[in-house]
Design a protein around this ligand. Structure first.
Ligand SMILES: [Zn+2]
Length: 82
C-alpha cells in the first residue's frame, strides 16, 4: 500500500494526536498500526518524524520525504484548517 493510503488509514482510525499547534511549530503523536507511537513535528516548514522509514529515507535530504505518519498528520491539519 502506498504511504499516502496508509497515512489516510491512520488518520481515519483517529490515531493522530495534536500536542502543539502553532503557526511556526506543530507537534503531533501518531499511533502506528502496531500501537507504537511516533513523534512528528513541523518546524519552519520542515516536517520531521522519528520512525525508521523517515530516518532512512531523508538521510540525504532532510525534510524531502513524507512517511505515512506525516501523511496522517497532513490529513489532520487539512481537517483542522477547514
Ligand atoms: Zn514516520
Amino acid at each position: 500500500m502506498a504511504r499516502i493510503d496508509e497515512g489516510l488509514k491512520l488518520y481515519k482510525k483517529g490515531n493522530v494526536k495534536v500536542e502543539l499547534f502553532d503557526d511556526d511549530l506543530m507537534i503531533f503523536t501518531v499511533k502506528g498500526s502496531k500501537d507504537e507511537k511516533y513523534q512528528i513535528s513541523m518546524n519552519e516548514n520542515m516536517w520531521l518524524c522519528d520512525c525508521d522509514d523517515y530516518q532512512f529515507r531523508s538521510e540525504r535530504e532532510p525534510g524531502s520525504f513524507i512517511c505515512k505518519h506525516i501523511w496522517a498528520v497532513l490529513f489532520e491539519v487539512m481537517e483542522m484548517k477547514n
